[in-house]
Design a protein around this ligand. Structure first.
Ligand code: SF4
Ligand code: SF4
Length: 430
């Protein structure tokens, strides 16, 4: 694609990077076929190619974002299916990240939208606030149908709908002692939303790692990875989260003997693997951020390298939902399924596995209608495989899909922990 940025514009490294990305696009439109919003809405402006044109036009003309651009960029799930499909290697992720920051800096959203985004950014990344908000949401749930009728307040209704009906039991993070000598030493990211919504995931991970002889360090002070606010274009807040985590984790790196930083929420994993890029212009953090990104691994990536024992077949069919952040963001597709098969499970792939379930961070709150359409489509495809259980590797997908089906849904690592000697996941015990 030809571009016409001036040398002055290209002096801004963010613009220079976006220009490089834009130039790779050859307008072929292959990406439209796998884009969930284009497939759902049928509008070229809700396709990757359409959004690329909108972003190009806005940046080239140094224009503040307007309502049309914001509407179509907001509808993008950042699922990155387009990056998997694109034959030219267009780095859509960093282009849309730049567009979101530009929107945040140049566009004044309507009041209700502003307040809801402020609320999300002030609550979701902080576990104590999030827990309190979920308790309130359970009480306020009967208000959801009324809120849904007032369009600007529909995101609040979506929030109430998504809140789990029962509070997850709080689990203190106790790290079982690993047998000595250990086969490795890792950090396991706690994160923000996942321990509140489903503390059983990291509990299963800790048990499994410990049985496998992996020591898990528990550095104090880490928190949200920043993904939630990063995808809202709130870059300063996202970078603050990233720097704090980097400071905490670098102390472990500097102490020596750290093999990996493990992540069980693939949405967070994609962002941590991108810290090196996000902080590339920060002279104090660029190198440290690159070190942390190189150490970050999805839990299934790490387990796959451990050569787990092949177990006898067991009578349980698993429909595997491939989270977008895992399959498109981190290009991890076969490893989780292979691990489940090695552990004796029968694994089935749903049709349209490349399409997003509609969760996408805060998308299911901010774009409830498109999100609900995608959820119905995903659940229908998953249920068609007639599984006993659904497995996925991202808390957002787990919450989204659970709200649309009666089939139990668990994290992949919970099934692996069970297969290799841990307890049966609570959701499968009846
Ligand atoms: S990230 Fe997903 S929703 Fe956004 S343009 Fe690409 S395929 Fe479409
Ligand atoms: S597939 Fe790639 S090159 Fe083709 S239109 Fe989409 S982004 Fe551009």
């Amino acid at each position: 694609m030809q571009t016409s940025f001036t040398p002055e514009q290209l002096a801004d490294p963010h613009v220079a990077e976006s220009e490089k990305i834009l130039r790779r696009c050859v307008h072929c439109g292959f990406c439209t076929a796998t884009c969930p919003t284009y497939v759902t809405l049928g509008n070229e402006l809700d396709s990757p190619r359409g959004r690329i044109y909108l972003i190009k036009d806005m940046l080239e003309n140094d224009r503040p974002a307007d309502r049309e651009v914001v509407t179509h960029i907001d509808r993008c799930l950042s699922c990155l299916a387009c990056t998997t499909t694109c034959p030219s290697g267009v780095d859509y992720m960093h282009l849309i990240d730049h567009a979101r920051v530009h929107i945040e800096q140049t566009y004044r959203r309507p009041l209700a939208d502003r307040l809801i985004r402020d609320l999300l950014a002030a609550i979701l990344p902080y576990p104590a606030r999030f827990r309190a908000a979920l308790a309130l949401a359970r009480i306020a749930r009967p208000l959801a149908p009324f809120l849904r009728r007032m369009k600007p307040l529909a995101p609040l209704a979506a929030m109430l709908d998504l809140a789990p009906r029962r509070a997850a039991k709080r689990a203190a993070r106790t790290i079982p002692a690993a047998p000595v000598p250990t086969r490795g030493r890792v950090i396991l990211l706690d994160g923000c939303a996942q321990p509140t919504l489903d503390p059983g995931i990291n509990a299963a991970t800790l048990r499994l790692l410990t049985r496998l002889g992996i020591a898990v360090a528990n550095p104090k002070g880490e928190g949200c990875c920043g993904a939630l606010v990063h995808h809202m274009g709130r870059e300063a807040q996202a970078l603050d989260f990233a720097r704090r985590n980097i400071d905490v984790w670098m102390r472990e790196v500097d102490a020596g003997g750290l093999d990996a930083i493990l992540v069980t929420a693939s949405g967070c994993g994609t962002t941590i693997k991108d810290y090196g890029h996000m902080l590339r212009l920060d002279p104090l953090y660029a190198e440290k951020a690159a070190t942390i990104s190189a150490l970050a691994k999805d839990i299934t990536e790490y387990l796959s390298a451990l050569d787990l024992e092949t177990l006898p077949k067991r009578d349980l069919v698993v429909a595997y939902h491939s989270a977008c952040s895992l399959q498109h963001g981190q290009k991890i597709t076969a490893l989780p399924k292979r691990l489940l098969q090695t552990a004796g499970f029968t694994v089935r792939d749903p049709a349209e596995g490349h399409l997003c379930c509609g969760s996408a961070g805060t998308y299911n709150i901010l774009q409830p209608e498109i999100s609900a359409t995608l959820k119905r489509r995903k659940v229908k495809n998953l249920e068609a495989t007639r599984p006993d259980v659904i497995a996925a590797g991202n808390i957002g997908c787990l919450t989204q899909i659970a709200s649309g089906t009666a089939i139990p849904i668990v994290h992949t690592v919970e099934l692996l922990d069970w297969a290799y000697g841990g307890p049966k996941p609570v959701k499968l015990t009846g």
